[in-house]
Design a binder for this molecule. Sequence first.
Ligand SMILES: [Zn+2]
Length: 321
Amino acid sequence: MKIGPIEIPPAGERRTGTFTFASDQGLAKYEWPYIAIAGLRSGPTVLITAGIHAAEYTGIEAAIRIGRATSPDAVRGTILIIPLLNRPGFYERSIYVNPEDGDNLNRLFPGKPDGTWGERFAHHLLTEIITKCDNAIDLHAGDLIEDLVPFVIYRETKDPSLDERIEAMANAYGARWAVKSAPTGERPGTLMAVAAQNGVAAMLAESGGRGQLIEEDVARHVTGVTNILRTIGAISGRPERVDLPTVVKSFEWLRSPVEGMFHCHVRVDQIVKARELVGEMTDLVGDPIAALTAPVSGVVLFTVTSPAIKKGGLLLAIGAL
Ligand SMILES: [Zn+2]
């Protein structure tokens, strides 16, 4: 059996290897790693992806660990793990983007068969792999220059039975915070959202960041995904009961009106009030050039940890409460 270009092993076996999209010369320069586990019993086909942002290492490591630790005996159906989607960016330590075209791969879905490198990758991944799966879990962290408090994101589809399945997955992860939509005012086209619009029960989980492989952050992803797999019946064992996340009303991304040095006055998981001062921009001789205030009351879900900020650069995000 194959899922797109990926060879799935016989029932009861695990296979590790690489695949490529051979019909596209630009994509075929790269080999993507995968781990596929075929259960003896029937069940859902579940896709676990990570590294669409190449420096979000906790997700990548957790996906690899889940692939190695999950016994085929415990699997019902098929689990397909692609631990590093942004293959061009990994050894380049790319932040946000893919070095082939400088674009954010997680904004380009559904992609285009004849577009840029990233658009073609998104198109092939979506049509050949993602839409062949019942469930999809995309693992992230704060990027190389981001700190965050763990949270899950999912997009409602208006299909009540699909939304129920997606919400059950998001709730099973065990995060304290949940975002139920795309970021306010930011571009659509994320893997998770477009997968859901195509009928796949899909969600995204964030844990860790700052380019660090902190054990606690990796373990949170492994535990969260394992509980999701139990909840949807993809592996045996009873799911653990976890506290439901608080769903924020909106996900507000604060960007800098000027280029300069970012002095952040808040920490992740801090509760702030609307119009409260959350940071300041100074120029390179220290003069203040912009005061940064919270657009809404809520919880700080992530902050950028690098002080070097371009005009329009991302600074932090608040989940409105
Ligand atoms: Zn990410």
